[in-house]
Design a protein around this ligand. Structure first.
Ligand SMILES: [Zn+2]
Length: 172
């Protein structure tokens, strides 16, 4: 038959990664589970090791691993939650204050973060435009459950707008 070709599983998974996380390097999508309310995306990091946030030493010595479930931006009205397996590494440097550390995926996660970086940015933008209750309400309409206080906290964590230009006085 002409024009009909079933793509290989690896090809589909690669496309999913490009579709869902175009700006995030070093992760792969393992599987996708969709039901009426929620999309679960199974992802993991593809690097063989990670740099210690304490001393910068690269380590490939895995201590343990566990699952994190950060919320991501909604898709077609459904909540999206990642199922991200992260590894805890042993630092190679014997005198480093951090004996072990957990890998982070740049552009996707941060330490103790319950949301992906892009969801965090989206909620902070909503919070800037509509503070407090209105922001939480709009987020709920968009399919994200978030409290007023979290909206405030995300806005507070934003860098000061304008940076150095802000001190330069008003534009004429
Ligand atoms: Zn270290």
């Amino acid at each position: 038959m002409v024009g009909l070709r079933v793509p290989a599983v690896e090809e589909v998974v690669l496309r999913l990664k490009e579709l869902l996380f175009p700006a995030v390097a070093d992760i792969e999508v393992l599987s996708l589970d969709v039901n009426i309310e929620i999309v679960r995306v199974d992802v993991q990091c593809t690097t063989v090791g990670a740099a210690c946030p304490g001393c910068g030493a690269w380590s490939t010595r895995v201590h343990s691993s566990y699952l994190r479930f950060p919320a991501d931006v909604p898709s077609a009205g459904r909540r999206v939650v990642l199922r991200l397996r992260v590894r805890r590494f042993r630092c190679r440097d014997a005198v480093c204050a951090r004996q072990t550390f957990v890998e982070q995926v740049p552009g996707l996660t941060r330490r103790y973060g319950q949301r992906t970086e892009r969801l965090r940015s989206a909620l902070a933008a909503v919070g800037l435009a509509l503070a407090g209750r209105a922001g939480a309400w709009l987020a709920a309409v968009l399919g994200v459950s978030v409290s007023r206080s979290t909206v405030f906290r995300l806005v507070d964590a934003l860098p000061e707008p304008g940076g150095a230009c802000a001190a330069g006085g008003r534009r004429r």
